[in-house]
Write a protein that binds this ligand. Structure first.
Ligand code: AMP
Ligand code: MG
Length: 472
């Protein structure tokens, strides 16, 4: 039996088999003594070390020229992806569909905001000079000329000795330069109606001045700003109904793996539910892309080639999961090259997510994510999400982040940066979110942050660190 052990540092699946006696069953049994083809999930190095002396392990994908290429750094990988993106063309959309989209051109305010001086309170419009002498024991009486509800304009003028009843948002009547809250007045005689003021008021107190929030002509959004709910509100407030944004990238979503079963079906022995497309479709949507899920791709070169070909014809780019590692059933790279795609790089010096592959087929892009659910999500967030946002012209493409302090130590014994799942509480206390293995969706779902822990590093409790948010 040919034996050869490869670097297992990011390998949590491997094939252990005896050439000649290989069987087709992909059972989750570690049947090492029988030397039958076994599909083994190796969790950590311990199990590998235990298996190695007793059996010769052979990884079935013989090293290819590409396999010997060095891993690249995450930042370099990001740069190389961003460098090939040609901006997607702009398109007009109605404002109510704009959230999450990226402004394709600067938006200047066509009006002042507020558009006119108005009252910040329910109260009385006065001339501040009239109340200069007002005291509780010697109130000033002003004649009440009438009232202005929000949306109305007052025809008259506030002359010395008079006041006007206003509601919040009512336009300031000409002549008035301040508002007194209704809680601070008493009503006096009724004929003519009078209002008693027991204290002075500063000019323009309790008013909202024309243009104090936004001046006409001011830039509301720069090209490349993403539309948040609040920005949508601002554009509506200045009367905009539509705007130009970048077209959304259409992204085909492919999951590869013979072991995958669609959720909702029964689970035969040795199979697992396919979960990557669900998570990634949601992440794609949140990044402004239009996901299009394809059926699960079986682990054969023919099926992988056919599905890649179809999806590339229908989409601007593809996100695939699984099949990019060194196993004998990892076909994505081969299939992509077979249909004329060019692999730009493979393997990034990070954990989880190392076997990430980036390729180009004409103007279309391939983002090949590892199959492990955590690796797929982390590699997506660090490498694909920035690309999708920049493709749409976004200026800011990184995950939102802030500082926090460790409530317990974080240890990375490995030789690659480890993006560890953490929870961060509202006071900024950061803790591990649980099991840090790349199959562990439980801790990923519990986490609200990722922390980039450098290789061979122990960070003691109390260390101030940067936390990238997962709950954006
Ligand atoms: P691969 O990258 O294809 O070697 O897969 C690595 C691990 O991730 C294996 O344990 C797979 O069973 C698992 N896996 C691959 N694809 C998926 C998926 N779509 N959903 C859930 N687990 C997956
Ligand atoms: Mg696979």
């Amino acid at each position: 039996m040919r034996g050869q052990a490869k670097d297992l540092s990011d390998c949590n699946t491997c094939f252990i088999y005896d050439e000649g006696e290989r069987e087709s069953g992909l059972e989750a049994n570690l049947r090492l003594n029988s030397l039958m083809f076994a599909y083994v999930r190796v969790i950590g190095e311990k199990m590998f070390e235990g298996a190695a002396p007793r059996h010769q392990l052979s990884f079935d994908n013989p090293p290819r020229p590409a396999d010997t290429r060095a891993m690249i750094e995450l930042e370099q990988a990001c740069q190389r992806i961003l460098a090939v993106l040609a901006p997607l063309p702009p398109e007009p959309i109605p404002l109510d569909a704009a959230v999450g989209r990226v402004a394709a051109e600067p938006i200047l305010s066509p009006i002042d905001l507020p558009p006119f001086d108005n009252s910040a309170m329910d109260g009385y419009a006065v001339n501040a000079a009239d109340l200069r002498s007002a005291r509780a024991e010697a109130p000033v009486k002003l004649e009440l000329l009438g009232q202005v509800a929000a949306g109305q304009a007052f025809a008259g003028k506030v002359r010395p000795g008079t006041c006007v009843r206003l509601l919040t948002g009512s336009a300031m009547p000409p002549g008035a330069d301040a508002v007194v809250m209704q809680e601070d007045v008493r009503l006096g005689a009724t004929d003519p109606p009078q209002v008693l003021f027991g204290e002075a008021v500063k000019p323009w107190e309790n008013t909202r001045l024309r243009g104090e929030d936004v001046k006409r002509g001011a830039e509301l959004l720069a090209a490349g700003d993403r539309l948040t709910a609040m920005r949508v509100g601002l554009l509506a407030a200045v009367g905009l109904k539509a705007l130009k944004v970048a077209r959304q990238p259409r992204i085909g979503l492919l999951a590869t793996g013979n072991e995958l079963v669609e959720p909702g079906q029964s689970l035969p022995a040795g199979k697992i539910y396919e979960s990557n497309r669900a998570a990634l479709a949601a992440l794609l949507t949140a990044a402004g892309a239009l996901p299009r899920a394809y059926p699960v791709v079986p682990d054969t070169l023919a099926a992988t080639t056919a599905m890649l070909e179809q999806a590339l014809a229908e989409c601007d780019g593809l996100v695939t999961t699984g099949g990019v590692s060194v196993g004998e059933l990892d076909f994505v790279k081969n299939a992509f090259e077979q249909i004329g795609g060019e692999i730009q790089f493979w393997r990034v010096a990070m954990k989880p997510g190392k076997p990430f592959v980036f390729g180009r087929w004409r103007q279309r892009l391939l983002f090949g994510l590892p199959g492990n659910p955590v690796s797929a999500v982390v590699a997506f967030l660090l490498l694909v999400r920035p690309a999708l946002l920049r493709w749409q012209g976004a200026t800011r493409v990184d995950l939102p982040a802030h500082s926090g302090h460790l409530a317990e130590s974080l240890v990375n014994r490995g030789d690659r940066r480890h993006f560890m799942r953490v929870t961060v509480d509202p006071s900024g206390n950061v803790r591990s979110a649980g099991l840090q293995a790349s199959h562990s969706l439980g801790s990923l779902a519990a986490a609200n942050g990722l922390v980039d822990v450098p290789p061979r590093t122990t960070w003691p409790a109390g260390t101030v660190i940067r936390v990238m948010r997962l709950d954006f």
